[in-house]
Design a protein around this ligand. Structure first.
Ligand code: GLC
Length: 438
């Protein structure tokens, strides 16, 4: 049966997501024990017999999903996506199709269930990351694969490996997650490469099953592509397994994203706080909170979301650096979240002092550096400006009547007062209410 894309149903499905703008990604699993990132098996070509024993010690007694979700909520995040299974094949949920799972570890816990319950209890939208790749499964390609830990080992040939049997396993586990854990808001599949994309995953059958069980769930584009590539929706030829959003990785699209017909695309930049998705004990190259606040503003100003990652350690704790960054972002979001949630591009040129976001008749000026003299409000006419308020405290900001800009009568300037120091050293936000008839 050919697939008929409904733009109306699609736009209804993604409405909450494009309003949410800011989410938390959580990469967690056995790889937190070697603590060298989630690709450690592939990069170091670790054989199963060396990796699987980690399960026998996996007992993150300090894992408090309520505390994790509290941290996401306090940071101003509206949704969370946590790994149910990463490329190593270890399941953080009680799958009937494998023994390689957290309920068989000393933890004895279904962390996916705990996570989903904790997120929902805090009115956070909750999604699951699910790896299409499974380096542990015997029917997944080994020797000669692009990424498998045993890709260079001729003793791990592919004779007898039945990829259809692997796909049955993959589909069964997705069905478990879509059946046994309540309403899922988002499924984050990862990732397609080489010939393994689309129908190679039996993508149409998979998405039909997902949508039959979770009709409102939104799905990323990685049944088709990876962090590179856009997918069939961008090409205006939506396949049955098309992603609902494009998932640029460790980059913010320089000019936002549009489909081939010029329609704005839904997209989400997924970004690590340091340089690893999974916990890496030696990676202390964390992005400062002020930088991440400005990256969130940048995503929204270009019409996208930011999915910011945390890699908890093997004890079940967020790294201290991550906790501090989340808390600082939360303090800014607490005062300025209205300039993020439900906002998008302003339809005006980026100002030299910072960035713009917009929601209806509210224009938000994000000021990163102060001007000499009154602040020029580029692209606005006097009659358009109904009011200007500092968003953080609601205080009035007058239009400037100073002589210093009398040579620019067609421009509008805001009077930020005598201090050269901006009230918020990271991003001082003005909320400008625009007249509806100009
Ligand atoms: C890449 C990495 C994977 C990570 C994902 C997050 O696909 O392979 O480890 O989970 O990016 O976007």
């Amino acid at each position: 049966m050919s697939y008929t894309f409904s733009r109306e149903a699609y736009e209804r499905r993604v409405a909450w997501y494009t309003k949410a703008r800011f989410g938390m990604f959580i990469h967690w699993g056995l790889y937190a024990i070697p603590a060298r990132g989630e690709w450690v098996r592939s990069i170091e070509r670790i054989p199963s017999e060396e990796y699987e024993p980690y399960m026998a010690e996996f007992d993150p007694r300090h894992c408090d999903m309520g505390a994790w979700m509290d941290a996401a909520k306090a940071a101003g995040m509206q949704y969370v996506v946590m790994t149910a299974k990463h490329h190593d094949g270890f399941c953080l949920f009680d799958s009937a199709y494998t023994d390689f799972k957290s309920t068989n570890s000393p933890a004895g816990r279904d962390f996916v269930r705990e996570y989903l319950e904790a997120a929902r209890a805090r009115d956070l939208r909750a999604g699951l990351y699910f790896s299409l790749i499974d380096w542990r499964h015997p029917d997944y390609p080994h020797y000669g694969d692009l990424h498998h830990p045993m890709r260079d080992n001729p003793a791990c040939g592919n004779e007898g490996r039945d990829f259809n049997r692997y796909l049955e396993y993959l589909h069964n586990q997705v069905r478990e997650l879509c059946t046994n854990y309540g309403k899922l808001d988002l499924l984050w599949f990862d990732f397609s490469y080489g010939d393994l994309r689309g129908e190679a995953w039996k993508g149409s059958e998979l998405v039909d099953m997902v949508r039959s069980l979770q009709p409102e769930v939104i799905i990323d584009n990685r049944l088709e592509v990876s962090g590179e590539g856009f997918g069939s929706l961008a090409a205006c030829r939506p396949a049955p397994y098309h992603g609902d959003f494009v998932s640029p990785e460790q980059i913010i699209p320089p000019n936002g994203l549009r489909d081939v017909e010029g329609r704005p695309l839904v997209w989400e930049s997924c970004v690590t706080m340091n340089n690893h998705w999974g916990y890496c004990a030696t990676d202390h190259d964390y992005k400062p909170a002020p930088m991440l606040i400005k990256k969130l503003v940048e995503c929204v100003s270009k019409g996208g979301n930011l999915l910011l990652n945390v890699g908890p350690d093997a004890q079940g704790r967020f790294p201290e650096e991550s906790r501090q960054i989340l808390a600082e972002i939360g303090r800014w979001m607490d005062r300025n979240g209205e300039s993020i949630y439900g906002c998008g591009p302003a339809g005006l040129d980026k100002p030299e002092y910072g960035r713009l976001t917009r929601k209806g008749d509210r224009l938000y000026c994000h000021i990163y550096e102060n001007s000499i003299g009154p602040l020029p409000l580029y692209g606005l006419r006097r009659e358009q400006v109904c009011s200007i308020r500092r968003l953080a405290d609601g205080s009035q900001v007058p239009l400037s009547t100073s002589w210093v800009h009398s040579d620019y009568p067609d421009m509008v300037f805001a009077d930020l007062g005598p201090s050269p120091v901006l009230p918020d050293p990271v991003d001082t936000v003005l909320e400008i209410r625009l007249s509806s008839d100009n």
